[in-house]
Design a protein around this ligand. Structure first.
Ligand code: NIG
Ligand code: FE
Length: 413
């Protein structure tokens, strides 16, 4: 099957440089080709060019973009999309002055979601998660990472990971799965955190690996959650089973998560609301992708990560939604890009690179996804005509997406 898109006002994100991430000043560099066409061949981008050399239309499904713009699909490298119900009661608690940590200490937060997940059938969990998947697909996401971490018992962690596997098999977008058994200490292990960590390493990781249910391993390395030593142990066990690490670090405090993640060659360290100069230094020269989740800072009303400082220091940064019921109940990557511009002073080009190429890199997938490159997977969306690139994060709630193509398939008209 081949698809020819013609009369494209501008293709954004063209890139034949072979780069797998954009760092520092390179983050402002985004390829733009005006008055263009693009051709796919099965699942892949085959070619593109300007309208003066439009290929013959016969034999292809033709989409007339009518001057609309074409963007690479968002890559969302950090979500917790499989959860049961919602947690707006805690939203009210926060309005009334409680902090995220206080709610967690009372047994709310992640444990609240774990209780609900336990009481919900696999079928129902799948149904609820697919609603959220359809929602993010309609908002332009084409590659998504989904974490477990609302099970916190062996049985329930396997349950949530099986739901993710079913999403992988059935959803139109590409999915990567992360095992996050160390998201909080399961209720049965209350007060016995180190025993819980043993359980994660000795029982959960081997069982998850045996069924091939995860691509990555994650730990919530933060104040009040898991320590640096526990995080290292879990990452080392994960590595033995072929699971690279993606770490929750420095959301609530300078936790040591960045350093331990870099030291263990984690694919990414995520959150980074609490960062000092030393943490920025630690990231220099490493392949670990610092990933920011401004939807979480927005929702919790906490400080934003120092993106500007990090990019100016020459680092690459990625953006992701953190879609979850407690700290970011939205998977809208365009809004995430807008927050990056409004709150973290990232330019539109930097924000788009961070939410596409660099976020794909945070999943080890930037050779296949994250830009408009010949040979990459044909994941893109077409908008209505736009006055400029900046319009996209600027008019952050205006619906602009007209057509969505995932793995070469036209899925929305
Ligand atoms: O990334 N910080 C840890 N985990 C999630 C929140 C999970 C929850 O509250 O349910 C996050 O923000
Ligand atoms: Fe998270």
């Amino acid at each position: 099957m081949s698809l020819l898109v013609k009369n494209i006002g501008c293709i954004v994100g063209t890139d034949e440089s072979g780069r797998t991430r954009a760092a520092g000043e390179e983050m402002s560099n985004i390829g733009m080709l005006e008055n263009a066409w693009l051709l796919t061949d099965n699942e892949r981008i085959c070619d593109y060019g300007t309208m003066d050399a439009l290929p013959h239309e016969e034999g292809h499904e033709v989409i007339d973009a009518k001057g609309g713009w074409l963007f690479p699909s968002f890559c969302d490298s950090h979500t917790h999309i499989v959860y049961a119900g919602s947690r707006e009661q805690e939203f009210l608690d926060k309005i009334n002055g409680l902090s995220y940590e206080e709610i967690a200490k009372r047994g709310g937060g992640i444990l609240n979601s774990a209780d609900r997940l336990h009481d919900t059938s696999e079928e129902e969990l799948y149904r609820q998660a697919m609603e959220r998947i359809n929602e993010i697909v309609a908002m332009g996401t084409g590659l998504v990472e989904i974490k477990s971490g609302y099970g916190l018992t062996l049985e329930d962690e396997l349950k949530i990971l099986r739901v993710i596997r079913r999403i992988k098999e059935n959803a139109p977008l590409e999915v990567r799965a992360t095992f996050l058994g160390a998201h909080a200490v399961g209720r049965a292990y209350r007060g016995r955190q180190s025993e819980y960590v043993e359980h994660v390493c000795n029982d959960m990781i081997p069982a998850v690996a045996k069924e091939g249910l995860a691509d990555f391993v994650d730990v919530f390395c933060d104040k009040g959650f898991f320590t640096v030593e526990e995080t290292a142990k879990i990452m080392e066990t994960g590595a033995k089973y072929g699971l690279r690490a993606k770490i929750h670090a420095n959301e609530l405090a300078i936790s040591g998560g960045v350093e331990v993640g870099v030291g263990h060659e984690a694919l990414s360290v995520d959150h980074l609301e609490s960062m000092g100069e030393e943490q920025i230094e630690a990231l220099k020269g490493s392949d670990t992708m610092p990933t920011m989740l401004p939807g979480c800072a927005f929702f919790l009303g906490i400080g934003y990560p120092p993106a500007r400082k990090m990019i100016d220091a020459g680092l690459a940064v990625a953006l992701a939604s953190d879609y979850n019921p407690g700290t970011a109940p939205s998977g809208n990557m365009r809004f995430v890009a807008s927050l990056a511009s409004i709150k973290m002073k990232m330019t539109p080009a930097e924000a788009i690179n961070a939410a596409t190429l660099n976020s794909a890199c945070a999943m080890g997938e930037s050779k296949e996804y994250g830009s408009i490159t010949r040979g990459k997977v044909a994941n893109f969306y077409i908008t209505k005509p736009l006055p400029s690139l900046a319009y996209m994060p600027y008019a952050h709630q205006t619906p602009i997406i007209k057509d969505i193509i995932l793995k070469g398939k036209h899925i929305k008209e």
